[in-house]
Design a protein around this ligand. Structure first.
Ligand code: RB5
Length: 152
């Protein structure tokens, strides 16, 4: 599985920890930065990861900022992206089972590395349930396509 990861300065430390976990799971990891704790703007890094997921160049993405809120806002602007902010295990599981989330967003200032590791492992190993949830995702896609065709 190919996975892209990115963060701003507030998520940098946790990003490095998560990369170690992903490599330990033998995943192919694309690190989109940032590369240190110098202050940067989260949309720049959210865009890099979201573009790769949106275009199908990677299977999944992980984004980390201070709270996870800004990265979620950015990621969900991109077509085909279903980004879920999950700072707990229940949301991590449900975001895969019911929402087929393809980007996991974490709050680097909210969770520590051990919880993040459990969240990432749960998120990656939980499969989408399909059935009625697929119908709902198709409705999201219809909204996305209508907005696109209206140039909005
Ligand atoms: C950066 O200070 C912080 O605003 C950012 O990491 C994020 O939490 C935004 O949503």
């Amino acid at each position: 599985m190919k996975i892209a990861i990115g963060s701003d300065h507030a998520g940098f430390g946790l990003k490095e920890e998560v990369i170690t976990i992903l490599k330990g799971l033998s995943l192919e990891v694309t690190d989109c930065g940032t590369d240190n704790t110098e202050s940067v703007d989260y949309p720049d890094f959210g865009e890099k990861v979201s573009k790769l997921v949106s275009a199908g160049q990677v299977d999944k993405g992980i984004l980390i900022c201070g709270t996870g809120i800004g990265m979620s806002m950015v990621a969900n602007k991109f077509p085909n992206v279903r980004a879920a902010l999950c700072n707990d295990l229940f949301c991590a599981k449900m975001s895969r089972l019911h929402n087929d989330a393809n980007i996991l967003v974490l709050g680097g200032r909210l969770i520590g590395k051990d919880l993040a590791a459990e969240i990432v492992r749960t998120w990656l190993s939980t499969q989408f349930e399909g059935s009625r949830h697929l119908r709902r995702l198709e409705k999201i896609k219809i909204i996305e396509d209508i907005l696109k065709s209206n140039g909005k």
